[in-house]
Each structure stands twice: as C-alpha cells, then as structure tokens.
Design a binder for this molecule. Structure first.
Ligand SMILES: [Cu+2]
Length: 161
C-alpha cells in the first residue's frame, strides 16, 4: 500500500502527540501521586453519632495553623452552620453525608465536592477574600433540596481561636 509522504508525516506527528500526552499524564500521576479527590476514606454513615470526628462536626485549628472543617450533610442542611474560617490560611474540608448524596458548593469559589454517605470527601482551599459565602447543595437530594444551603464566613486578620 502506498501512503503519501505528507500523510505519513502527519500520521507520525499524531502518534508522537499521543505518546507525549499519555506520557505526561503517566509521569505526572506517578511523580505527584495523583489520585481522585474522594473515595479514599470510608466512614459508616449509620454510625456517625459514634464517630469521634463527625458526631460533632466543627472547625478545628491544627498546631501548624491550618484549619480543618468537618461537615455532615443531611436532608436538608449542613452541619456546622455557619462555618467560620480565617482568611489566607489553608482550610481543609472533610465532608460526609448521613443519608443521601449531597453537593457542597461554596458559591464564588472553586470549592465544589459531593458529600456521599459512606465516604469522606476532602479538599483544601485558601480563601483570600473575607466575607460571607453561600454554600449550596447542587445534587438533587429530595423535596426540600432547593432550600438546602449553608453559610461560610471568612474572617480577616484573625490569628487563632
Ligand atoms: Cu440537595
């Protein structure tokens, strides 16, 4: 079979691009230990009341000054509410649900994750703009889903509480 030179050049260029892109994904996944942001940690959704972290979901400040927020989503609210965190510090959210799938989207930021019964979803954000943010559930979870919202207060210039 005769393949034109130009055709062959483009075929090889396409193959090289595929190898380059696939190689980039594999190398960065290995070097940065990339993994999906959730489903790494499980929790018994029926026993949240006995769970040391989720029985009383709250904001904790670690020794190094970073902030951890444990959140339980349930029909049709988030706990704790409101959530108060300091500005300009990494805030790690740890979400779970006690009933059905819920969404957890901090409007006006790039924080958006699902709260799934049985799993802990975790992500870290640093808020640079103090103010009040709305947290919305963006996964349909039942009759009052449209009413399921929380409040995040980002406070400026606070050292620790
Ligand atoms: Cu919902």
């Amino acid at each position: 079979m005769n393949v034109e030179l130009y055709e062959r050049i483009w075929m090889w260029a396409a193959v090289m691009l595929i190898v380059l892109f696939a190689g980039t994904v594999i190398v960065t996944a290995a070097s940065d230990a990339v993994h999906p942001p959730s489903h790494m940690e499980t929790v018994d959704p029926q026993a949240l009341a006995d769970n040391p972290e989720f029985s009383n979901p709250s904001v904790t400040i670690r020794q190094d000054g970073s902030v951890v927020v444990s959140v339980v989503a349930q029909m049709f609210s988030f706990s704790p509410n409101p959530i108060e965190v300091p500005a300009n510090r990494p805030v790690t959210f740890r979400l779970t649900s006690s009933d059905v799938d819920h969404g957890f989207e901090i409007v006006g930021s790039n924080a958006n994750a699902m709260a799934i019964p049985g799993y802990v979803s975790q992500f870290t954000v640093t808020f640079t703009k103090p103010g009040t943010y709305t947290i919305g559930c963006n996964e349909y979870c039942g009759l009052m889903h449209h009413d399921m919202a929380g409040t995040l207060v980002v406070k400026d210039g606070e050292s620790s509480r």
